[in-house]
Design a protein around this ligand. Structure first.
Ligand SMILES: Nc1ncnc2c1ncn2[C@@H]1O[C@H](COP(=O)(O)OP(=O)(O)OP(=O)(O)O)[C@@H](O)[C@H]1O
Length: 336
């Protein structure tokens, strides 16, 4: 099986058995049994997500939204209550082994045996997945994650960032076509985060489908081409990042003027402008309804001279807050 996956990574388009969707999640529900005096918990409630092959997919949501539950179901670590999950075309209920071989999970915790070297750790992992010695790509993987120099050092001597990269390497030994990264950069400093992302981007460019959960929205915005936002166990949005960013039809025009702004000229008030300080106006507008020329014309009519001008667009954080801060996630789903 790992052999098939390795070849499919390099030439997916030529293999008719390669699915269009790397992962298909249909109507998945997870209800945790009651424990410690607490009632049962519906962690996932009818979740359906398709992750196209080759995508760099972001799974976002506030704490407790159900992200880890979903990832653990895919990885075979948590049993779903209902619904279906197919990993690389393999149903996790009826083709469990094939499904597991198709996915590599980089866990949140830095759980590495401190007295093993990276090379030993990768060998043990390859053994667990039954990868024959002749097919092991230990050196190639160590190189890919930038740990060739540290191949023989004990894991306990590695920095936090190197350990993270070693976990990525561990998840790759059986050459899975799908790599899942669960909060991989939590607590990792910016420079090391960048290094890790360079490696993961490269893997994606080479054909590996990446599923990432992260709390860093700017990371998801920079890296992911598709994004799902889950909130209270339901999908609040699932679409290409571009579409998601366009969803907020909001822009703000910041204008600095030479004159001192005592009151708001009527033409600008009609456009919803606000005075930010005595020389600055902010006009929030919907690009689908108002063209920027109308605002500039209103400024001209008001006899104001523009010294500086900038626009601000909605980013993922705005959308995320909008979709997850409302109490009823179903209302958001209806909008999606
Ligand atoms: N074993 C369990 N038993 C009962 N409830 C659980 C269990 N595991 C998770 N939950 C609950 O299910 C909900 C979803 O948890 P989950 O860990 O999947 O969320 P998450 O989105 O991954 O959050 P975080 O970002 O904090 O990791 C939470 O309310 C959590 O308390």
């Amino acid at each position: 099986m790992p052999r098939d996956h390795a070849s499919s990574i390099s030439t997916p388009a030529q293999d008719p058995s390669v699915p269009d969707n790397a992962i298909e999640i249909r109507d998945v529900t997870k209800v945790y049994a009651a424990r410690h005096g607490q009632g049962e918990k519906r962690a996932l409630d009818g979740v359906s997500i398709e992750i196209p092959r080759g995508s760099f997919f972001g799974l976002l949501g506030p704490n407790g939204a159900g992200k880890s539950t979903l990832i653990n179901i895919m990885a075979g670590l948590v049993t779903k209550t209902s619904g279906t999950v197919r990993i690389w075309g393999n149903d996790i209920d009826t083709a469990e082994r094939a499904a597991r071989l198709a996915i590599g999970v980089v866990p949140q915790e830095l759980n590495l045996d401190p007295f093993f070297t990276p090379r030993e750790l990768l060998d043990v992992q390859a053994g667990l997945y039954g990868v024959p010695k002749s097919e092991r790509r230990t050196d190639e993987i160590l190189h890919l994650v930038g740990l060739t120099d540290k191949a023989e050092s004990y894991a306990r001597t590695l920095s936090g960032g190197m350990r993270r990269r070693l976990l990525v390497a561990k998840a790759m030994v059986h050459a899975p076509p799908i790599l899942v990264l669960d909060e991989p950069t939590a607590g990792v400093d910016i420079e090391l985060r960048q290094q890790l992302w360079e490696q993961v981007k490269l893997l994606n460019q080479q054909g590996t489908t990446i599923l990432l959960t992260t709390h860093y929205l700017e990371e998801a915005e920079e890296l992911c081409d598709r994004i799902a936002i889950i909130s209270q166990g339901q999908v609040a949005a699932c679409e290409p990042k571009k579409t998601l960013l366009q969803r907020l039809d909001n822009k703000a025009l910041h204008v600095t003027v030479r004159e001192t702004l005592g009151h708001l000229p009527p033409a600008l008030a009609a456009l919803g402008a606000e005075i930010a300080d005595e020389h600055k106006l902010i006009v929030r507008y919907r690009p689908s309804e108002t063209v920027i020329g109308e605002i500039l014309e209103a400024i001209r009519v008001a006899d104001l001279s523009i010294l500086d001008l900038s626009t601000e667009e909605a980013d993922l954080e705005d959308i995320f807050l909008q979709l997850t801060s409302q109490p009823d996630a179903a209302a958001n789903r209806a909008k999606a």
